[in-house]
Structure formats: structure tokens, C-alpha cells
Design a protein around this ligand. Structure first.
Ligand SMILES: Nc1ncnc2c1ncn2[C@@H]1O[C@H](COP(=O)(O)OP(=O)(O)OP(=O)(O)O)[C@@H](O)[C@H]1O
Ligand SMILES: [Mg+2]
Length: 262
């Protein structure tokens, strides 16, 4: 059975897509079988990994029932990817039948045994797409930028997580909070650490030891249709992301030991 991890934060531009692409690539490089899913109508995940997201079937077609999940999976050097595009933005209005929270969970049933990890990128919102990701996930990872660290918004995220846990998916766990775009010169280390710890505590989790430093290569990599790990293997963010991938593996294994039945 796959371990399913969703990257989430309703704030925009905090590194969800970058972290999703890096986690997919990092796990694939370690020979794990990985499926990446873009649930964001912006389509950034597929685009940044060099896929043509316009002239192709996407997760939207699976939700509509006009394509099978196997038919929308694209094979890349980074792992298998299911892209998305702007058509998915109609999901909130279009998929309004009961049980619409389970569209992704249902769709994944036939591929669950094929992958070790399924990594899901979500939009900067808490909407039906985000809920679909939460409903089928084992773990959530919450990336945050130190400059906009705030307790505001955390209560909303916490509420959504608790609602999903209560009604749809009791095993849902917040694996950790990840600091991104970290700059040791401008971010006052102690202040940031304390606030991040407090936010993590509210979400019943802890902050990943790895902090992803800022680096221009991170923003350049998607323009070349590739991931930072391959685009700039010696850069600081690459080092940090390698540590992060290791921590994710350790935390997933620890969670499995604690709750083997899940
Ligand atoms: N460590 C970093 N250093 C420098 N730039 C970064 C870093 N992480 C992300 N960025 C840049 O910040 C921007 C936003 O990152 P990203 O798209 O991953 O965020 P997001 O949370 O997915 O955004 P959205 O909410 O719009 O989906 C991108 O241009 C990305 O290249
Ligand atoms: Mg994104």
C-alpha cells in the first residue's frame, strides 16, 4: 500500500509545489516507486517538471469519469506524474454530488499497490480539492515562509484537518511543518524557531530540522522543466532538501511503527 503525503497551506507562494517536486524526485532517486499528483488548477507541478499540461488529459478528466487514472499518468525521469490545468478550477461548482469528498480516494484505489509513495500538491486554498487530498492522505506537510509566519490561518488549517479527521479520515496526521525560503541573515533564528514551534504545536506536530534556504536556482529550475535536485545539485537548497527527504522517510517509518494498522 502506498503512503500518501499532501503538501498544504492555504497561503500562496510558500513552496508547496517546489517541495512536492523535490520530494517526488528525491524519493524516485532512492528507487522508491512514486506518483505525484497535481490538484492545483494552476498546473504548476506538471509544468515545472516539463510536462505539456494544456493538450493532455488530467486529473479533472478522472474526476469527471471521462478517463481512467491509468490513462492520465505521465512517466517522467522524476517519477510518474498526474498533471492538472485550469479546467480543474470548476471543480467546486461542477462536482457537487454527495460523496464528492471521495473522488480522489476512489480514483486512487486501482493504483495504490503500484507505488511506495503518492505525493499530492494542492492549491493555496481550503476547498473541495484540498479536502479530497486530505481524505485520502496518511500525512500532511505544511510548508511556511518565515517572513509571513503567523498564527493567523493556522486555526483554519487546524479546523479543516480536524473536520476531515472526524468525518472522513481518522488516520490523518500532520507529519511536520517545513520552513522554506529561509535566510539566516534576515530571519532572526530564535524568533522564527519559537514561533514555528508554536504553530507546529497547534497542529499537533513539530518543525522539520531541515530548513530550506533561499536560492535563485530554486526559481530557475522550473523554467528549465526540472527539479532543483537535478538542476543545481550543489546549491544550498538542494542540500537542505536532501536532509528534508531523509527526515520525511524517518517520520513516515516512525508513524507506521506507532500505528501499524493504519
Ligand atoms: N527555497 C527557495 N528559494 C528561492 N525561491 C523559492 C524557494 N522556494 C520556492 N521559491 C520560489 O517561490 C515561488 C513560490 O514557490 P512555489 O510555487 O513552490 O509555492 P506554492 O506554495 O506552490 O505557491 P502557490 O500557492 O501559488 O501554489 C516560486 O517562484 C519558487 O521558485
Ligand atoms: Mg503551488
Amino acid at each position: 500500500m502506498s503512503v500518501i503525503i499532501t503538501l498544504t497551506n492555504q497561503k500562496g507562494g510558500v513552496g508547496k509545489t517546489t517541495t512536492t517536486a523535490t520530494l517526488i524526485t528525491g524519493l524516485s532517486l532512492q528507487e522508491y516507486k512514486v506518483l505525484g499528483i497535481d490538484l492545483d488548477p494552476q498546473g504548476n507541478l506538471g509544468f515545472s517538471l516539463g510536462l505539456d499540461i494544456e493538450n493532455t488529459e488530467t486529473i479533472y478528466d478522472v474526476f469527471r469519469g471521462t478517463a481512467k487514472i491509468e490513462d492520465v499518468i505521465q512517466t517522467t525521469e522524476y517519477g510518474d506524474i498526474i498533471p492538472s490545468n485550469i479546467l480543474l478550477s470548476g471543480a467546486e461548482l461542477e462536482f457537487n454530488r454527495s460523496g464528492r469528498e471521495y473522488l480522489l480516494k476512489e480514483a486512487l484505489q486501482s493504483v495504490m499497490d503500484k507505488y511506495d509513495y503518492i505525493i499530492i500538491d494542492t492549491p493555496p486554498a481550503l476547498n473541495i480539492l484540498t479536502v479530497n487530498a486530505y481524505v485520502c492522505s496518511d500525512h500532511l506537510i505544511v510548508p511556511m515562509v518565515p517572513e509571513i509566519l503567523s498564527l493567523l490561518g493556522v486555526s483554519q488549517l487546524k479546523e479543516t484537518t480536524q473536520t476531515v479527521k472526524k468525518f472522513y479520515n481518522s488516520k490523518l496526521n500532520v507529519l511536520g511543518l517545513l520552513l522554506t525560503k529561509y535566510n539566516s541573515r534576515t530571519n532572526l533564528a530564535n524568533e522564527v524557531a519559537d514561533l514555528a514551534d508554536e504553530i507546529a504545536k497547534q497542529l499537533n506536530t513539530s518543525v522539520f530540522k531541515a530548513r530550506i534556504r533561499s536560492g535563485v536556482a530554486v526559481a530557475e529550475a522550473p523554467a528549465h522543466g526540472t527539479c532543483i535536485l537535478l538542476y543545481s545539485p550543489r546549491s544550498k537548497p538542494t542540500h537542505d532538501y536532501i536532509d528534508f527527504v531523509e527526515e520525511v522517510l524517518i517520520r513516515c517509518k516512525a508513524a507506521k511503527k506507532k500505528h501499524p494498522a493504519k
